[in-house]
Ligand binder design. Structure first.
Ligand code: ADP
Length: 449
């Protein structure tokens, strides 16, 4: 059993892990950059180690500094949170080489799923339905054009190493192919050091539905239903809910079983998310994330489970504490991502929080590292809080979200809160009728200066 774990992350997700560890009686070590000396995760952990200057590359992404912090503090395991090193197979290998435990899947699984072409091949072979597209990488523009003609436009060109919405370009017709192909390649090269791209049919009105899976690393796995994350801006999620308003219990059972069986067959360990586009009653795999997702709380609240606790247990070699039959959905949950950004352009707004009040009451969860007087540094992601509400059904969850948003106070910086007040007035949001393009269209007509 672990006595002490190190959290290689910051912000709300570091707090999330510290909380689970504390409930399990495990000591925690926070790491931080010099810009985060006063951060909440540093205050809340049992110990903390400064691992470098503000830039993420020199601190939260510095593998030697993180390993050294484990050695200095005697931490036995590392939880990576999401982002930063959470899907870095090389990091996992180094962690294991130092006889430390990584709280997450194996380096091999991270490597397979981190390359989107290999991930798609693997999933197809495991019986998971995929988006129609090229067979592997497409090395030249002429091949891309040929495929575009064969598949029919529109198509999407994707960097095989892509992530976070980067390295993806849509070509509506043959004329747009050259620009889309070259841009996806150069973005892939610049952001991920890999210019390989592949091509998929571009689905025009899908929803983004992702299945939460969990494996014990020894051939057993379960699914925890779906999350609908269709409300996106620039391929980034802003509002997530579970269960998905368009998914029937039969569809959930069917696709959930396909996913759980797939990860069981590869002995997957810990939390994972299998992402699909869903259109006309069909699921199409797009990628698998081999970590805890930002939006994991909506799943936790409807199933009444602690996914971080479960991750730690599995990393300790213990069995999962639930079976598929134990996992029963209770009600409906919604999460909104509150970013320090100014609308309508969503430009980052770091600064000092002059007043902060978190909403509370029945069915309200606030995952945030904010406090009065906190100075949001300009170096990292602009997510500052996740507000999660739980109701007995979708209508009561929406009413609760409205109520919780009206209690929330975040003064001193601009935030995306006004966006959610506005969305809650929209009939399509209230009825759950939206797809992955809905928000972009809405922003174009409603949020211009
Ligand atoms: P990333 O790894 O950058 O998050 P994904 O492959 O998960 O990229 O895709 C992110 C989003 O891009 C999806 O949720 C969806 O909105 C859009 N997208 C991806 N593939 C397609 C496709 N074939 N057709 C239509 N939209 C797509």
């Amino acid at each position: 059993m672990f006595e002490k774990i190190l959290i290689a992350n910051r912000g709300e997700i570091a707090l999330r892990v510290i909380r689970a560890a504390r409930e399990m009686g495990i000591q925690t070590v926070a790491v931080h950059s010099t810009a985060d000396s006063d951060a909440m995760h540093v205050r809340m952990a049992d110990e903390s180690v400064c691992i470098g200057p503000p830039s993420g590359t020199d601190s939260y992404l510095s593998i030697p500094a993180i390993i050294a912090a484990c050695e200095v503090t005697g931490a036995q395991a590392i939880h990576p949170g999401y982002g930063f090193l959470s899907e870095n197979a090389n990091f996992v290998q180094i962690v294991e080489d130092h006889d430390l435990a990584f709280i997450g899947p194996t380096a091999e699984h991270i490597r397979i799923m981190g390359d989107k072409i290999t991930a798609k091949d693997t999933m197809r072979n495991l019986g998971v339905p995929c988006v129609p597209g090229s067979d592997g990488g497409v090395p030249t523009l002429s091949e891309a054009k040929k495929l575009g003609e064969e598949m029919g436009y529109p198509v999407i060109i994707k960097a095989t190493a892509g992530g976070g919405g980067r390295g993806m370009k849509v070509a509506q017709n043959a004329d747009e192919m050259e620009h889309a192909f070259m841009t996806a390649r150069s973005e892939g090269k610049a952001a991920f050091g890999n210019d390989e791209v592949y091509i998929e049919k571009y689905l025009t009105t899908p929803r983004h539905i992702e299945i939460q899976v969990f494996g014990d690393g020894k051939g057993k796995a379960v699914h925890l239903g779906e999350r609908d994350c269709s409300l996106q801006r620039r391929h980034q999620k802003v509002f997530e809910e579970a269960p998905g308003p368009s998914i029937t219990p039969e569809e959930r059972d069917r696709i959930g079983k396909v996913c759980a069986d797939a990860v069981a067959r590869i002995d997957y360990a810990g939390a994972g998310t299998i992402e699909f586009l869903y259109e006309n009653g069909e699921f199409y795999f797009i990628e698998m994330n081999t970590r805890l997702q930002v939006e994991h709380p909506v799943t936790e609240v409807i199933f009444g489970v602690d996914l971080v606790r479960e991750q730690i247990r599995v990393a300790e070699g213990l069995p999962m504490s639930f079976t598929q039959d134990d996992l029963v959905i209770n009600g409906h949950a919604i999460e909104v991502r509150i970013n320090a950004e100014k609308l309508p352009e969503f430009s980052p707004r770091p600064g000092t929080i002059t007043q902060f009040h978190a909403p509370g009451g029945l069915g309200v969860r606030m995952d945030s590292a904010l406090y009065d007087g906190y100075k949001i540094p300009p170096y990292y992601d602009s997510l500052i809080a996740k507000l999660i509400v739980h109701g007995r059904d979708r209508a009561s969850a929406l009413a609760r979200l409205n109520r919780a948003l009206s209690e929330l106070i975040v003064d001193g910086v601009d935030t995306t809160v006004p966006l959610f007040h506005a969305l809650l007035q929209e009939p399509d949001i209230l009825s759950g009728e939206y797809n992955i393009h809905w928000l972009e269209h809405w922003l174009e007509t409603n949020l211009q200066d």
